[in-house]
Design a binder for this molecule. Sequence first.
Ligand code: AMP
Ligand code: MG
Length: 454
Amino acid sequence: MTSGHRGSSGHRQGHHTPEAHGHEHGHRHVAEDMLSVEQAYQRIMACFSSLEAEDKPILEALGQVLAQEVRSPLDLPPLANSGMDGYAVRHDDIRGASDQQPRPLKVIGLVAAGQVSNQTVAPGTAIRIMTGAPVPPGADTVVPFEETDELHRRGEKQSLNSIGIKNDLPKGANIRPAGEDVRRGQPVLAPGTVIRPAEVGVLASLGMARVPVVRRPVVAVLSTGDELAPVGETLRPGTIYDSNSSSVAAAVLACGGIPKMLGIARDRLEDLHHRLAQSAGSDLVITSAGVSKGDYDIVKEVLTQRGDMNFWSVRMRPAKPLAFGLLRNENGGKPTPLLGLPGNPVSALVAFEMFARPAILTMLGRRHLARPVVEGVLTGPIYNTDGRRVYARVSVSRREGTYFATPTGPQGSNILTSMSLANGLAICPDNLPGLQAGQPVQIIMLDWNEEVNP
Ligand code: AMP
Ligand code: MG
């Protein structure tokens, strides 16, 4: 599992690959690996796989992934039934029928949906039948009301005991054969299928009240920093509200995980240890802040003490500093992956998007991990000063079949409102000095706006 990692405490010695930075700022630092987005992604993703199955009521399984193949215990429909309201007849009796020469048949009964007729359609007779009702024995064709003389005889105001068939329909018309949709024993849903409303319906149509799905991961969410105040409290001078706990937990929910809020850890050894201990039993721990170079080393120190941690610089903007590793389990169980997001609110969300979301989707058993990427045209510039890959917050709209990407304002990693205005991240490739208005650009779609009604 840990094969993708650098050595356990090796980060303090650093890995002096040609790309390793770490000395560019004057202050005290921990030597860090400089990784491409793809390298960081691969090392992280190597530690995740699909979680185990749980049995759930079908409605509660919405959005989860089927853990086993579902085979049908029955034929669907169970019996041949009528696709229309009309008359169940024998095709031999209506051969050659037309408007001019309707074929008269004796109406011997009625069968509604939910009933089974015990009458047989003998030659010269018909049974009135409703949509969904089983086709009575003897009948092989259903003639809809519209193709009989019933409608213009409605005035007679009495139950018809004879009917004129006005069309020679093909034999078998308007009959849905037993097993037409699904045959008993047939595989209906493959493992790995995401349960959407249609799948909930398919399961219900097979009579299945519960379904085995990959369980949702529990994701512990911890903010770190002395400057943070919990939302709802009054701010003291020098403090800011902890937005990362909320935004990260929301992002966990949005991709199908179950957030477990661990609150705010102060920049003190005991508090960090204490809070991290509360993460026991979760499938992933996501912390924010305390992992960048300028930081007071408390968070890194505690993480290093508690597990096999790596501190990286990822060649991306925002979200360069990133921590990833495995926390030792106190009870000797299997270690828990920990992803340390950068503290700036936009960096935290963008790093979540790039690394935490695919990890969570993998645990959920999902196979498609990437957001849709579209090519669009920039309406304003993206600046790139230091050769990193830039993920610019853009608002994407479609006009006459072309996607236009408009930067949503200041791109500082603390400007959370410009993230809120964005529905996509436009990519300026590594080592390009920037992109200008009018240039084509790849855009990761975070969500799709509704089309504006004409
Ligand atoms: P740090 O990596 O600890 O230096 O944090 C980087 C920046 O992110 C600082 O300006 C922090 O105040 C800010 N920050 C850290 N954690 C949070 C949080 N939970 N909510 C909002 N801002 C944060
Ligand atoms: Mg901090």
